[in-house]
Design a protein around this ligand. Structure first.
Ligand SMILES: [Zn+2]
Length: 274
């Protein structure tokens, strides 16, 4: 990935980044489909040729088939740095090179046909290994996509950040069953019904969804949805936050299964940073 030197180049990269995010979280067509069709099954993507490609989490459009659904999804089958992975055998990666600088702001909650997405206001960012990434949105998977020594959490959150160069850094947080979480309650309460406008969250602070400990796993990977682009610096927090079983059940009632299975680690190393 080259470093853009002109404003035009930067704009082009930003457009490419937005396209990558659309693939990741399916915000574009799917949100419209939900609004117009009134059904939460709007599992379509724009292919490189501009036609819609249906994908899902089961059957003949499920994860095992993604790579053959469209040429632009080839990395889902042919990639060698795919995500999620099972986190096991992590090596000592030394001190954290992650600085989280999120801030409160207005946010909106949408159902994009694949998950619930919270789009955040500009201004939140991270520094990861000396590079800047801006927080765009976060969303949920049930069960968790990453696993730890073979075990999935009930839910995980993916906080999606983009660099000016067009690549992404995603921070994963596991949600384990325990006490109810008031921040999750505020998000679930704002989920729009089919055909409704996005839910609004005023002065929403994403820091409330971070675990107390800063230890995290680091490895290079991909988007976990088609086209599975291998442009993601993954950060998976070692500690989790608690949500109630009722809160898990409320999400599962909308998305009973929206997790891609774990992928081969291949030649990669997972580092644990303190
Ligand atoms: Zn995700």
């Amino acid at each position: 990935m080259h470093i853009p030197e002109t404003p035009g180049a930067i704009s082009a990269v930003l457009v490419a980044t937005v396209a990558a995010i659309a693939l990741l979280a399916c915000q574009t067509d799917a949100a419209d489909d939900v609004a117009t069709e009134g059904e939460p099954d709007a599992e379509h993507e724009e292919s490189a040729e501009g036609h819609e490609v249906h994908w899902s989490y089961e059957g003949d459009t499920g994860p095992a088939m993604w790579g053959s659904l469209d040429p632009s999804f080839a990395a889902c089958h042919d990639g060698v740095r795919q995500s999620p992975v099972d986190i096991a055998g992590a090596v000592d990666g030394g001190e954290s090179e992650l600085e989280i600088r999120w801030q409160a702001g207005d946010a909106e909650v949408i159902d994009n046909g694949h998950t619930i997405v919270v789009n955040v206001a500009e201004g939140s960012a991270i520094s990861l290994e000396g590079r800047e990434f801006a927080l765009l949105q976060f969303h949920f998977h049930h069960p968790s996509e990453h696993t730890v020594e073979g075990s999935a959490a009930p839910i995980d959150i993916h906080f999606v950040h983009a660099a000016a160069e067009g690549d992404l850094a995603v921070i994963g947080v596991f949600l384990e069953a325990g006490e109810a979480d008031p921040t999750i309650r505020s998000i679930w309460d704002a989920i729009p019904s089919a055909g409704e406008a996005p839910g609004a969250l005023a002065a929403f602070d994403p820091n409330a969804l971070l675990p107390e400990g800063g230890s995290h796993y680091r490895y290079p990977g991909s988007l976990t949805t088609p086209g599975c682009s291998e442009i993601v610096s993954w950060v998976v927090m070692a500690d989790s936050i608690a949500v109630s079983q009722e809160q898990v059940d409320a999400f599962a009632a909308i998305y009973p299964m929206n997790a891609r299975p774990v992928q081969p680690l291949n030649e990669r190393t997972i580092e644990l940073k303190q």
